[in-house]
Design a protein around this ligand. Structure first.
Ligand code: ZN
Length: 245
């Protein structure tokens, strides 16, 4: 029952994250003006702001100008709801709130990177400051473990960025610094393994099916973020299983 409420709360937060995704990329204020249609400027009423359902009932179109509203809107809302419910199931009390804030920012990063293949510096800075603050106030691992995580994660991606001559972006490297600090070196290794596995498999699929050409870039940030969520929730189990061999 509580998980359902957390899911619904996540849907509404997701609705706000949609605003952040649209406006942070365009360097606009996220609090003002209130939500409006990007095509005709129609200010959205209460019935147009219900997560997922408004989009469904309006057939994915604006009520004012009938322009299509991106599928991204309901997807972000659902993804946020599911992420919140998952974190709630695995983290009690304060830790749930700590995780939820972290992943809300990562959801914004995920969808901006997916759409524009860029990770805004402002978001990386917020993540870094937050990761440092949590590492100081409520550390889950030792300071050396966290610092080696930064070096291993950031260092490895930096090396790839240099070798691939920009195939791996600077935004990915900076994001990995924050993730390395957050996860410590052991889970950072797991996270990168999962991200490269997922990224590799999907790239092969996209190239083989002709959906993407070799010269098309594929954003790597989303893979890092999905890998991060898997590591947050099942990381300890996976590492214990692996070390059991
Ligand atoms: Zn409109």
């Amino acid at each position: 029952m509580t998980a359902l409420l957390v899911f619904i709360f996540g849907l509404f937060v997701g609705s706000f994250l949609n605003v952040c995704i649209y406006r942070i990329y365009r360097k606009q204020s996220i609090v003002f003006p209130p939500s409006r249609c990007p095509d005709c400027g129609k200010r959205l009423g209460v019935s147009e702001l219900v997560p997922v359902f408004s989009w469904l009932f309006q057939g994915g179109r604006c009520r004012g100008c009938h322009e299509r509203i991106s599928w991204r809107y309901p997807v972000v809302e659902l993804a946020t709801g599911v992420t919140y419910a998952l974190l709630f199931a695995y983290f009690p009390g304060v830790d749930f709130i700590i995780q939820v804030f972290f992943y809300s920012i990562l959801i914004i990063v995920f969808f901006i990177d997916l759409e524009h293949q860029i990770i805004p510096n402002r978001l990386v800075i917020v993540l870094l400051i937050y990761a440092v603050a949590i590492q100081v106030l409520r550390p889950v691992h030792s300071r050396p473990e966290a610092l080696i995580g930064v070096a291993v994660g950031g260092g490895f991606l930096l090396l790839l960025a240099i070798v691939s001559k920009g195939g791996m972006g600077g935004g990915d490297v900076k994001l990995m610094l924050a993730l390395g600090l957050w996860f410590g070196w052991q889970k950072t290794l797991l996270l990168m393994f999962l991200a490269f596995l997922g990224g590799g498999l999907l790239s092969i699929f996209l190239l083989a099916t002709g959906i993407k050409k070799r010269k098309d870039g594929i954003a790597f940030g989303p893979f890092l973020i999905v890998a991060a969520l898997i590591t947050t929730i099942w990381g300890r189990d996976i590492l214990q299983w692996y070390l059991g061999f």
